[in-house]
Design a binder for this molecule. Sequence first.
Ligand SMILES: [Zn+2]
Length: 228
Amino acid sequence: MVDLKATLADAKFVTFLTGAGVSTASGIPDYRSKNGLYANQQDPEYLLSTDNLQQHPADFYDFVKSSMYYPEAKPNAIHEKMAAISNEKGAIITQNVDGLHTAAGAKHVVEFHGNLYHVYCQKCHATVDYRQYLQSDRHAADNGILRPDIVLYGEALSEQAISQAVTAVSQADLIVICGTSFRVAPFSLLVNYAQNDARVIAVNEEKLQLPFPFEMLQADALDVFQQL
Ligand SMILES: [Zn+2]
């Protein structure tokens, strides 16, 4: 069994790579699991696509508003421990759009797929409070259609996010993958930028098969991080 506590203590720079599994304990469903957000949707990739936003903005808004926003969700022990460790000596790169790493006080976070709570108007590009978006998807000032600043299917990742993520991975002597099956590219390709001698540990309830050397810590991530 990997001694994660000792390994974290010994590491010089820790980069956490996180996915939906770190937020399920905060009450946010893992959208790729069978009970998650996508379970009852016919074509979730289309619902969350730029085509749907542009061609059927009302459908897009209904789906996002009813299925993705959990404004009452609070960071859990995983977010809190990762924030403390990464603020001292590391970084967090997350696929999650829930903003909970930042809410936990983490200062070195790359939100690889954006943040639902950052909303802007497509017409004038003004930033709008997400609470206004949850009332209406129209910008009161100019009737432009609002949208969350997340990466939709059919859209490119932010170059700034990619470059910050590559830097964080290449600096690490310890990489901890947590709460993700790590199967979705390009996020999963980030590990290619790791140093040759960097240690890679995956914390996950289900055993992972990954195409690179790593150590598996098969356990509930919340239990693991509560004990750190
Ligand atoms: Zn506007």
